[in-house]
Design a protein around this ligand. Structure first.
Ligand SMILES: [Cu+2]
Length: 301
């Protein structure tokens, strides 16, 4: 059984086009080498002038036309079913942001890696929070751009139990290659119990869970090392230079500064870091969430 319902159509047209191409590559090369000897000056001292050959010209027009149409036909029939998802498909939001995939199920369950039931069509609504991404599941033979402000979707049916890679296939900045995830195809029963289970975050600080779920840790570390953004370690009370309205300003980081930064990151930049990468979390995090984040950050010493 193939990993998804699209493997057969995509692979067939791939192998068809590849075989036709290999056939002509080898065929033309062989004929070319043969002609090189057969019509060399030694073997064929007097050249024949052939002005026209209607029969040959019809043959080399009609045959390639048919071949191209065959390639088109199988390419199209492999691709067309991808354009319309079945009505009974389970809809999941797939959210791309620098540099993390997040998947949100109809009941609100939000996870980093996709889990889907065997033999059930799944439709992913592709949403980008910032720049162009592209959701690519090689084993399923599906790939679709994720464009901010546009409603794109992809659908598929997982037909073989297993775990398959998910990648971002559109260069989206420095840590593009970190946008890895997986899709696990499981039995319906296992899916049902997985869906109602909640991940074990009981002994994790709420603030840390929030940092993980909102991709903050793709850009900020907890151990003092520099990533795309400044580390959260020793952040509160840190003396630093920020850039506001084109001017440098020395500040001491406090709670209010962090709140402003999370709600409206573009209001100021941090000296030595590229600004404009962080997007606003004003509509995503509640004031309570932000309090929890700050409380957690203040423990990072
Ligand atoms: Cu990306």
């Amino acid at each position: 059984m193939n990993a998804s319902n699209f493997v057969e159509g995509v692979d067939f047209s791939m192998y068809l086009i590849l075989s036709i191409s290999v056939f002509f590559l080898v065929g033309i090369t062989v004929v070319m080498i043969y002609f090189l000897f057969r019509y060399s000056k030694k073997n064929n001292p007097v050249a024949t002038n052939i002005p026209h050959n209607t029969y040959l010209e019809i043959v080399w027009t009609v045959i390639p036309t048919i071949l191209v149409l065959i390639m088109f036909w199988y390419g199209w029939t492999g691709y067309r079913p991808m354009l319309t998802a079945p009505d009974d498909a389970m809809e999941i939001d797939a959210i791309g942001q620098m540099w993390k995939w997040t998947f949100k199920y109809p009941d609100g369950k939000t996870v980093d890696s996709l889990v889907i039931p065997l033999d059930k069509p799944v439709k992913l609504n592709l949403i980008s929070k910032d720049v162009l991404h592209s959701l690519f599941i090689p084993a399923f033979r599906v790939k679709q751009d994720v464009v901010p402000g546009k409603d794109y979707m992809m659908w598929f049916t997982g037909q073989k139990l297993g775990t398959y890679d998910i990648l971002c296939a559109e260069y989206c900045g420095q840590l593009h290659s970190y946008m890895l995830s997986t899709v696990s195809v499981v039995e319906q029963d296992d899916f049902d119990s997985w869906l109602v289970s909640s991940p074990d975050t009981s002994n994790e600080h709420v603030g840390l869970t929030l940092l993980k779920n909102n991709a903050c840790l793709s850009c900020h570390t907890r151990d003092g090392s520099r990533l795309v953004g400044p580390s959260f370690k020793d952040l509160i009370g840190r003396n630093e230079t920020i850039i506001k309205d084109g001017e440098k300003l020395d500040i001491v980081v406090d709670k209010q500064y962090i709140i402003n930064k999370i709600k409206n990151p573009k209001i100021s930049g941090v000296d030595g870091y590229q600004s404009g990468l962080m997007t606003s979390y004003e509509d995503i995090l509640s004031d309570e969430d932000i309090d929890n984040i700050i409380e957690y950050i203040s423990t990072l010493k």
